[in-house]
Design a protein around this ligand. Structure first.
Ligand SMILES: *Cc1c(COP(=O)(O)O)cnc(C)c1O
Length: 347
């Protein structure tokens, strides 16, 4: 097999034949007028899956998160999030730029916030500050290596936040991975949160789009924000059609991707110079340390590429691989073999 093994991200997944057929056949209308039947069906299905009153189809996870922040919080509000949260590090500063909020970040080892840590930063309004406007939880946590929140921890955070009058948004870009890891439904794990965003375009394999779900009045306001951000998409049913297929077709494929990530971690852990703990791998994301190999990221990535394997260096000495349904076990074996060769060039 000569095809490239692309482990840079699960965003590289391509639409399946069933998705392409659905896109071809999709009934469409002007979604800004609310007249695209396929978008409407997707929004209803996403609401049902997440157990929320309503859902909104957005072009990207970034727009879903930022619309949620804009609706939940007001300028001057503090948003409590983990230190490496996507909304803080990878969304072009829109938290401040668009919503006028401050990031109140909490460093953790595993990406999982606890109520004990949140509580120390939570504050109500005073003459000097507006206080906490939102708590954001990333599940699974991308930069922490795909770690998943225990449902009880989310319940504890939400119950206390709600007593304080603070809403909770979950960045569930990979919520189906979290659900698979916990052996629960998406509905069960997002039940305590006020809103959730999730990507159709990552492990679910749709070409474009994310969903934002929450209460009906919240989604009505988020729809206005989406339009303000230029996210009113007209005959978007051609995209929504793929999303509808993805929601049914793709979740059953996720456990195999998780097993592949575990396999990769176990294989890499046996290689001298590679630092990785397979027990940390809960879903489809794997980070490993290469400092002991004496190679820098650029050389390491180039060595992989020369062997037909793509990965990302996201911090010095730290490489990320993400498994998904467009890579199989043979591809992961090839990736592990490539790392072994790079680390023992004499062999
Ligand atoms: C990918 C991702 C997003 C959204 O990304 P888009 O590229 O805007 O769709 C949001 N949060 C997390 C944790 C992600 O990994």
């Amino acid at each position: 097999m000569n095809a490239v093994v692309d482990l840079r991200s699960d965003t590289v997944t391509r639409p399946t034949p069933a998705m392409r057929r659905a896109m071809f056949a999709a009934e469409v209308g002007d979604d800004v007028f609310g007249e695209d039947p396929t978008v409407n069906a997707l929004e209803e299905r996403a609401a049902e899956i997440s157990g929320k009153e309503a859902a909104l189809f957005v072009p990207s996870g970034t727009m879903g998160n930022q619309a949620a922040i804009a609706v939940h919080a007001a300028p001057g509000h503090e948003v409590i999030a983990e230190d490496r949260a996507h909304i803080v590090l990878y969304e072009w500063g829109m938290l401040g730029r668009f919503s006028g909020c401050l990031a109140r970040t909490i460093p953790t080892d595993d990406g999982r916030l606890t109520w004990a840590e949140i509580r120390k930063r939570l504050r109500g309004p005073s003459d000097h500050y507006r206080g906490t406007g939102l708590i954001e939880l990333e599940n699974s946590h991308n930069q922490a290596g795909g770690r998943v929140y225990a449902t009880a921890a989310v319940e504890e955070i939400c119950a206390n936040a709600h007593v304080a009058g603070v809403p909770v948004h979950m960045d569930g870009a990979r919520i189906f991975n979290a659900a698979a890891a916990l052996g629960k439904t998406v509905r069960e794990i997002v039940e305590p949160v006020d809103s959730v965003s999730f990507c159709l375009s990552k492990g679910l394999g749709a070409p474009v789009g994310s969903m934002l779900a929450g209460a009906a009045d919240f989604i009505a306001e988020a729809r206005e924000v989406r339009k303000a951000l230029g996210g009113g998409m007209r005959q978007a049913g051609v995209l929504a059609a793929a999303g509808l297929v993805a929601l049914e077709e793709s979740p059953p494929k996720i456990p195999a991707a998780h097993a592949d990530a575990k396999y990769l971690a176990e294989s890499l852990a046996e290689i001298d110079g590679i630092g990785v703990n397979p027990a940390d791998v809960e879903t489809n994301i794997l980070f490993f340390e290469i400092a002991q190999t004496g190679l820098d990221n650029a050389d390491f990535i180039a060595g992989l590429k020369a062997r037909g394997v793509l990965a990302l260096g996201l911090a010095p000495g730290r490489i990320r691989m993400v498994t998904h349904h467009d890579v199989d076990r043979a591809g992961c074996e090839r990736a592990a073999r490539a790392v072994r060769e790079i680390c023992s060039p004499g062999r």
